[in-house]
Write a protein that binds this ligand. Structure first.
Ligand SMILES: Nc1ncnc2c1ncn2[C@@H]1O[C@H](COP(=O)(O)OP(=O)(O)OP(=O)(O)O)[C@@H](O)[C@H]1O
Ligand SMILES: [Mg+2]
Length: 257
């Protein structure tokens, strides 16, 4: 369980990115985080794996105080948490399978990681992860020869290879066309349901958030202004989150005055 108790995040310049965040997320939930650009979505998910430090309150993952972790413990903790970015972050010059196997590097002896020597178990596991996201046939293709959707699936497979308990995804489909975006969201959903991995996704597409997530968190200026089932998100809720009217496609008309 991920638990925020009155969490605040003040950036070094004094700006308060998060204010009084209270949240409990159970293992296996699929949560979409929505809000205007600059609302604090990335800040929120990045505190969970300590890419950002919280500056007040308490944040725990499975009862472990995230701010108490350092060095080896922090590295081990981060292995349980996969991170997916809008820009895929692959090594484009190398094959898909080698990209997935980079997930094993932190656990490998130095000589194997230095020379990129992977054993049979690691290769099989990487192939299994590619199979889970439907791109087993691309295993030996160079990553830069894949489409954006396929590259995001490689990133997802690489994350799965580290056996995560939680996947944090920061705008994972923002760079994809609507059809491909749905396919990648289907992958997240399948992984969430089949493997009981908690999924937290920051997303600008309100329609996708409501379609895929069971729970929606709406952030406005660093504060949670909605936290509830996707099915209860109506125009009023969206107006509160986005400071204005939002149509079904998620287009916002700014409040007047
Ligand atoms: N390192 C930093 N120092 C100071 N302020 C920051 C820093 N990083 C982010 N912020 C501010 O914190 C606020 C929240 O940023 P964040 O990146 O979390 O927003 P977001 O909701 O993810 O936006 P987007 O949808 O554009 O990705 C913004 O006002 C941003 O300018
Ligand atoms: Mg962001």
């Amino acid at each position: 369980m991920i638990k925020f108790e009155d969490v605040g995040k003040r950036y070094p310049n004094g700006f308060e990115g998060l204010k009084h965040i209270n949240l409990s997320i159970e293992q296996g939930e699929f949560v979409a985080i929505i809000g205007l650009s600059g609302a604090g979505k990335s800040t929120l998910i990045r505190t969970i794996n300590r890419m950002h430090d919280v500056t007040s309150g308490k944040l725990t993952v499975d009862d472990v105080d995230v701010m108490s972790l350092y060095g080896k413990q922090l590295r081990r903790f981060r292995r349980k948490i996969g991170m997916i970015f809008q820009s895929f972050n692959l090594i484009t010059r190398t094959t898909v399978i080698k990209n997935v196997m980079t997930a094993f590097v932190p656990d490998m002896p130095w000589y194997r990681s230095t020379f990129g020597i992977y054993n049979k178990e690691e290769k099989i596991k990487a192939l299994e992860c590619l199979d889970k996201v439907g791109i087993l046939d691309k295993a030996f293709v160079r990553a830069d020869q894949l489409s954006g959707g396929q590259q995001q699936r490689v990133a997802l497979a690489r994350t799965l290879a580290q056996d995560p308990q939680i996947i944090l995804a920061d705008e994972p489909v923002a760079a994809l066309d609507p059809v491909t975006a749905k396919q990648v969201m289907d992958d997240f959903k399948r992984i969430n349901e089949d493997m009981k991995i908690t999924v937290l996704i920051n997303i600008h597409h309100v329609d996708l958030a409501l379609k895929y997530a069971s729970r929606v968190i709406g952030i406005r200026e660093g504060e949670i202004v909605y936290d509830g089932p996707a099915s209860d998100v109506n125009e009023e809720v969206l107006t509160k989150i986005y400071k204005g009217k939002v149509d079904n496609e998620g287009n916002v008309q700014e409040e007047e005055g």
